[in-house]
Design a protein around this ligand. Structure first.
Ligand code: UD1
Ligand code: MG
Length: 452
């Protein structure tokens, strides 16, 4: 069976960060998740992850049901694989990937699976080989891999490097694991030593050169992480531009790997689109907009706004300066304007909330106008309560709707009201002190002052 084993137990000392290395994000997605998603996209469903350092945190980003092997002590890459020995059966084909090398493409994983040797090492020729294990050849054939700290002057000059990704026949891998010794400067069990062990015992070891060396880059330091992020980002932007998306300023635009954008969308500068977001043709996003796990329908504008886990239908206008929080659903032609916050609320077709408003846990039916400064008081200090506003109603400016409360269809709420009771359909509701005008009060006051 074809299986992938991902090593993610290392400490990541060189990152100098309290976060486990493989959880550092590239475009808001942990490196380890990039590797897992490439595995899944290569059609491999049998995969396992070796965890160790920070394992509780690492486990949290794994898809449900992922097989996990624990490496209690980080004694090296071969030791990590050994911890998952049970996962490896003699007749399996095992591809080993590293959780800190996130740019690996599904096509490359497939190529590794179609390799024939007992062990196949994915290699790359790079301009700057520093930090990588070097591929040492005798004639055409690989003879060993030497880690940088174990390498002599001559070997350091080699620019063909080990990606850290391999395909093994199960039998060969099990054979090698039994024999690798920690005889190197770091005193670690190196998986790279499998090359010599297998060659010495009549197994066949081969290499496979990756087409694009950027694919194998690993992040061992914060600087390398930023470099990987830049490569990933530019690649994604290029693909969208090729497809027909207008990106006005690629240098200030960030789009995540799981985003879907149709041709005919315009992304304005300083915009960030992450998670599983979808943007339909004709939409204009930005400038200065962040979308996360958000759907944006066709011909919708989202300007200088933040939207997280929201659904925005076609023909809407959001912003400038709107904040749509999780659970918000805007049906078509809704307008949400400046300084409006919406949370876990459903706004039906044509609803307008244009200024200075908070709608939380609310349902607002078709055609209703929410006046400037309207606030749903959804939280009573203990629990969240719901507000229902019927269709074609009109909520006057500066209204406080104290939930739970229900406003009937076509109702009219006077400006400045505090509404604590349900309002029947087509009623006028006023919940404020009546105005009092005291004629010439100011003049009289002045006269009194003069007499003193
Ligand atoms: C490794 C390779 C090197 C290759 C490079 C590519 C070895 C000995 N060296 O070096 O030849 O050029 O990757 O990026 O394999 N891990 C564990 N448990 C451990 C140690 C590591 O799970 O005990 C995991 C890490 O989480 C990481 C991966 O294995 O995902 C690689 O470990 P790392 O320490 O980064 O190895 P490199 O020094 O980069
Ligand atoms: Mg590494």
């Amino acid at each position: 069976m074809n299986k992938v084993l991902i090593l993610a137990g290392g400490l990541g000392k060189r990152m100098r960060s309290p976060t486990p290395k493989v959880l550092h994000n590239i475009l808001e997605k942990p490196m380890l998740r990039w590797v897992i998603d490439s595995t899944l996209n290569a059609g491999i469903t049998q995969f396992a992850v070796v965890v160790g350092h920070g394992m509780d945190e690492v486990k949290r980003v794994l898809p449900e049901g992922t097989k996990v092997y624990v490496q209690e002590e980080q004694l090296g890459t071969a030791h990590a694989v050994k911890c998952a020995e049970e996962f490896v059966e003699e007749e399996d084909k095992i591809v080993v990937l590293y959780g800190d090398a996130p740019l690996i493409k599904p096509e490359t994983i497939k190529r590794l699976f179609s390799s024939q040797a007992d062990m196949t090492i994915l290699t790359a020729k790079v301009d700057n080989p520093s930090g990588y294990g070097r591929i040492v050849r005798q004639g055409e054939r690989i003879s060993k891999i030497v880690e940088e700290i174990d390498a002599d002057e001559e070997t350091l000059k080699v620019n063909e490097v080990n990606s850290g990704m391999y395909a093994f026949k199960g039998k060969a891998l099990r054979f090698a694991l039994k024999r690798i010794k920690p005889s190197n400067k770091k005193g670690e069990y190196y998986l790279t030593d499998a090359v010599e062990v297998l060659l010495a015992n009549g197994y066949e070891v081969d290499t496979l050169e990756v087409k694009n060396p950027q694919e194998i880059l690993g992040a061992n330091t914060q600087k390398e992480l930023a470099q990987l992020a830049k490569i990933a980002r530019e690649h994604i932007l290029d693909l969208f531009m090729e497809k027909g998306v207008t990106i006005e300023d690629p240098s200030s635009t960030f789009i995540g790997p799981d985003v879907d954008i149709e041709a005919g969308v315009v992304i304005k500068p300083f915009s960030f689109v992450y998670g599983k977001s979808t943007i339909k043709s004709g939409a204009v996003i930005g400038p200065q907009t962040t979308l996360k796990d958000t759907f944006v329908g066709g011909n919708t504008y989202v300007i200088r706004s933040e939207c997280d886990n929201t659904y925005i239908s076609q023909g809407c206008r959001v912003g400038p300066f709107s904040r749509l929080r999780p659970g918000t659903k805007l049906e078509r032609d809704v307008k949400v304007g400046n300084y409006v916050e919406v949370k876990n609320s459903h706004l039906f077709e044509g609803v307008k909330a244009q200024h200075l408003t908070y709608l939380g846990d609310a349902t607002v039916e078709k055609g209703t106008n929410i006046g400037a400064g309207t606030i749903t008081c959804n939280y009573d200090g203990v629990k969240k309560n719901k507000t229902f506003i019927g269709k074609n109603s009109f909520i006057g400016s500066n209204t406080a709707l104290v939930a739970p409360v229900k406003i009937g269809e076509g109702a009219l709420i006077g400006a400045g009201s505090v509404i604590t009771q349900d309002v029947p359909p087509f009623a006028l509701a006023l919940g404020r002190a009546r105005q009092v005008n005291k004629e010439k009060w100011v003049l009289k006051k002045m006269e009194e002052e003069d007499e003193k």
